[in-house]
Unconditional design. Structure first.
Length: 452
């Protein structure tokens, strides 16, 4: 598989060598690197990507799930053009109508988000949500789950992908630093919990309730391993009982699991929610929303105690949570996001149906080829996990899956024109239809017959 890949992508190889002269590793997000080199894409159209060697792919990565209408959707292109033409600017630097319009749209689909604030990425959204939790509760530790990702900063870069050897006991995981440069201070202040294990989670939370401001989680780990319903209900009950806020990080699952995200599927109302990806229509955005009284920690005083950096060095901690950002609520991006949501309101059922068909077809082909596996996931996201296990509940169990066979399969599929980054999830968009499903299944059949 690899030799065929090398034969088809000489220009990607050459370009990657050049990129390494500019960016460490030739990439500007570590996740975009892979062996032997990443494919360099050149053009997108609907469900398709074209690389610089002229190879055509059906795209299931969709920029890590961000593009739910596929590449270059006319509705979004038109919305961007109209916003710029009608408003005559990219940025007002003042409140503007689209902020309120988008906020109402979000609240319509996510009733738990009574008030919202905008940020520029999912990372910034979880950062702000956590600060709000600290501000609201007056407590200064948080708890997160092993295997869950919430962005690239010190407070949450712990136990995202720990190796089983140093992850500690199953029911009391160690807080493992994920990156060089993270201050070990955070190991003490970010407590790690075992996903889908309610008893162990409740015990840890009870012991440390006086320090923990919030539990943050991906209701569906990495976008594809769902929380058990019983676990989720228990987590909501125990956090409420202990005075700990519950933060749903729905950056991946928002609008992808269904219009109302994971919280609609579970029927659970978190205290805070973070959104990103899909709601930017392909552009950088984040939203924090939740209970009015928690969000109000960020409301400026009416006799506006304006933040002035020249004063901040000497002044005491203010009674208002600081939140700022030159690009927060960017009009062009909100126009793109609103157009995306408007299309999804009409077409999400199609995406969910297509995803079910693809999952079913892939499972049948694996069965035909005698390989045990599962397609795990809800809504428009799933992963192909090669495993004998009946159920995968969390990070540790996922680590026992057959990644080497999956990787070989991924290269065979790349050669057949099916794109996702090796080992990654599949995300679908409105532009995937019967033709794409049939072509993908034909590619799978071929690739599976070549697996060794
Ligand atoms: N939270 C989750 C659940 C995510 O999946 C991601 C991005 N993969 C983030 C936060 C960070 O979002 P961003 O990349 O926009 O900073």
């Amino acid at each position: 598989a690899l030799s065929e890949f090398l034969r088809k992508t000489p220009q990607s190889k050459e370009f990657s060598t050049e990129a390494k002269q500019v960016m460490p590793g030739g990439v500007t997000a570590n996740i975009k690197a892979f062996d032997p080199y990443p494919i360099i894409m050149d053009q997108g159209a609907g469900a398709y990507l074209y690389d610089i060697d002229g190879n055509k792919y059906i795209d299931y990565l969709l920029s890590y799930g961000a593009l739910m209408l596929g590449h270059g959707p006319p509705a979004v292109v038109n919305a961007i053009q109209s916003q710029v033409e009608d408003d005559g600017t990219f940025l007002f630097g003042t409140p503007h109508r689209l902020e309120t319009e988008m906020g109402k749209k979000i609240r319509q689909h996510y009733p738990s988000m009574e008030r919202i604030r905008y940020t520029n990425s999912g990372t910034e959204a979880t950062l702000l949500a956590i600060r709000m939790a600290h501000a609201y509760t007056g407590k200064h530790k948080i708890a997160k789950f092993e295997g869950h990702y919430h962005g690239g900063y010190d407070q949450v870069l712990l136990s995202v992908n720990p190796s089983v050897d140093n992850a500690g006991p199953v029911d009391e995981p160690t807080s493992v630093i994920e990156s060089k440069g993270v201050d070990p201070y955070h190991q003490e202040h970010t407590i790690v919990l075992p996903f889908n294990n309610l008893d162990a989670t409740a015990e840890i939370l009870r012991k440390k309730k006086d320090d923990i401001a919030a539990v943050i989680l991906e209701p569906i780990q990495s976008g594809f391993i769902p929380a058990d319903h019983f676990f989720m209900e228990g987590l909501r009950t125990i956090t409420e009982e202990l005075g700990i806020l519950l933060i749903f990080d729905e950056v991946k699952t928002g609008f992808r699991i269904g219009l109302g995200g994971a919280q609609a599927v579970y029927g659970i109302s978190p205290d805070l929610t973070t959104l990103g990806k899909v709601i930017g229509g392909g552009f950088p955005v984040g939203i924090v929303g939740g209970k009015q009284d928690v969000l109000m920690t960020s409301a400026p005083n009416s006799n506006s105690d304006v933040f002035d950096s020249s004063q901040s060095k000497t002044s005491q901690a203010k009674d208002v949570l600081f939140h700022s950002g030159t690009y927060n609520g960017h009009p062009t991006i909100l126009a793109a996001g609103l157009a995306t949501i408007n299309v999804l309101e009409q077409e999400i059922d199609h995406v969910l149906t297509t995803t079910r068909q693809l999952k079913k077809g892939i499972s049948e082909l694996f069965a035909k080829h005698g390989i045990s596996m599962q397609t795990i996931g809800l809504g428009s996201i799933f992963n192909v996990v090669i495993t004998d296990k009946e159920k995968i509940w969390n990070h540790r169990e996922l680590q026992q899956a057959n990644f080497s066979m999956r990787k070989q399969l991924d290269f065979l599929l790349l050669n057949e024109g099916i794109y996702t980054k090796p080992l990654n999830r599949y995300s679908l968009a409105t532009v995937h239809g019967d033709k794409e499903v049939q072509d993908t299944l034909a590619a799978y059949d071929k690739a599976l017959s070549k697996l060794t």
